[in-house]
Each structure stands twice: as structure tokens, then as C-alpha cells.
Design a protein around this ligand. Structure first.
Ligand code: 5RP
Length: 230
């Protein structure tokens, strides 16, 4: 008799990849830590080996709070020259390791910490793997006075940008800025797209991570953790 197969929930897949990421944490190192519900699973797992690491550099106030609550020391990004690994989730990842991020509004600090790291380990459930980036509304952190003109520029590319709200008010990021979420884009050349949008006046960070793409993705699937190397 065989036991009926119960599919893992999305939360269970996040826990699975969060734990699998521990494999990439080097003893005695400082770990770059991203933001989001998948990373929260990683942070909780990291607490189990906190005596073996020197601490973390965090990409958001939310992750910093969670790390500290679990007794993991948090260092400022300016205190380190490089990190062996940065571990973070994604809203979309394609088969080349290019990602869309920023669903949790932490994209700017995520890119800053990722840029310090030798390796970016993306942890995600299989729903995040896409053929082409752009179905998930693209987050863009902007300086508020530029939001209207940036919205018009996305319109010229066929995209519709919407100001992200929280409790009926514009969401304010950890950096004191706003987020536009852009729908209707198909991002075929992520490197060129990131370079182009990043130089529009008033754009703080575009949520395409092509220049800081993933080195490895630990993808939670019904069959277990699938490792994609890029
Ligand atoms: C936050 C992010 C997150 O990594 C992304 O939104 C994925 O989050 P989750 O793990 O909750 O699905 O970019 O700014």
C-alpha cells in the first residue's frame, strides 16, 4: 500500500529552502541577509547556528529586527568590505538567474548588500521561476517629486506604473522614498533594461536584479530542493 502524496504548501517550500540555504553559510563569516517571508525562514534557521557566525548585514529594518530578536548580531553595511554570501528571496527569477525583487519594498538595500557579496543565493518556491521577467508588477523605488515623470516614461514603454500604498497612504521605504509598481512590461533584456531605467532622474533603484543576479537558486519544488547554478 502506498501513502497518498500530500503536496507541500508554499509555506512549507519556503521553510525547506530557508533551511537548505544554511549549507552556504561559512563558519566564522558575516552573512548578507535579504528580506521577505522566505528569508524569515532562513533567519529562523540561522538562529540555530548563530554561535558559528560573526553576524549579519541586513537589507531592511524588518530583517534587522528579526535577526536581533533571535540574538544574531547585525553589522552596518559600511563596516564590511565584502561578504562571502548574500541570501535573499525573489518575486521572479528566470533561467539565467536574473530576478525581479522589491515586493517587500526593500530593493535598494537588497541591491546594496548583494553588491558586497561574492555569491547571491536566491531562495524561492517554484512559483517564482519564470520564462521572462515582467508578469510580477515591477517595483521601482523613486524620489517622490519624480514619480509623475517616471510614470510617464514607463507609459512610453507600454507599462502602467502605480504608486504603492499602505493603509491608504503612499508607502514610505526604509530610505524615506516611494515605490511605483509597474505592470505591462516584458523584460527581454534585463541587463539593458536595468541600466536604462536606473539612469532616469529620480529613480533610486529599479527592481530588476541583472547586474546583481543570482549565482545559485535553491528552488523549493514538490520533489524537494532543486539547485540551479548560473
Ligand atoms: C523584498 C523582496 C523579497 O525577496 C521578495 O519580495 C520575495 O519575498 P517572499 O519571500 O516573501 O516571497 O524582494 O523586497
Amino acid at each position: 500500500m502506498t501513502t497518498p502524496h500530500t503536496p507541500l504548501t508554499q509555506d512549507a517550500l519556503k521553510t525547506l529552502v530557508g533551511r537548505a540555504a544554511l549549507h552556504y553559510v561559512e563558519d566564522g563569516s558575516i552573512v548578507g541577509v535579504g528580506t521577505g517571508s522566505t528569508v524569515n525562514q532562513f533567519i529562523d534557521a540561522l538562529a540555530g547556528l548563530k554561535e558559528r557566525i560573526r553576524g549579519a548585514v541586513s537589507s531592511s529594518e524588518a530583517s534587522t529586527q528579526r535577526l536581533r530578536a533571535l540574538g544574531i548580531p547585525v553589522l552596518e553595511a559600511g563596516e564590511v568590505r565584502s561578504l562571502p554570501v548574500y541570501i535573499d528571496g525573489a518575486d521572479e527569477i528566470d533561467e539565467r538567474g536574473y530576478m525581479v525583487k522589491g515586493g517587500g519594498a526593500a530593493l535598494t538595500r537588497e541591491k546594496i548588500v548583494a553588491a558586497l557579496a561574492e555569491r547571491f543565493v536566491c531562495i524561492a518556491d517554484e512559483s517564482k521561476l519564470v520564462k521572462a521577467l515582467g508578469a510580477f508588477p515591477l517595483p521601482v523605488e523613486v524620489i517622490p517629486m519624480a514619480a509623475a515623470q517616471i510614470t510617464r516614461r514607463f507609459g512610453q514603454l507600454g507599462g502602467a506604473a502605480q504608486l504603492r500604498l499602505k493603509d491608504g497612504q503612499p508607502l514610505v521605504t526604509d530610505n524615506g522614498q516611494h515605490i511605483l509598481d509597474v505592470t505591462g512590461l516584458v523584460i527581454t533584456d534585463p541587463l539593458a533594461f536595468e541600466s536604462e531605467v536606473n539612469q532616469w532622474p529620480g529613480v533610486v533603484t529599479v527592481g530588476v536584479f541583472a547586474h546583481q543576479k543570482a549565482s545559485v537558486c535553491l528552488l523549493g519544488t514538490a520533489q524537494g530542493v532543486r539547485t540551479l547554478a548560473f
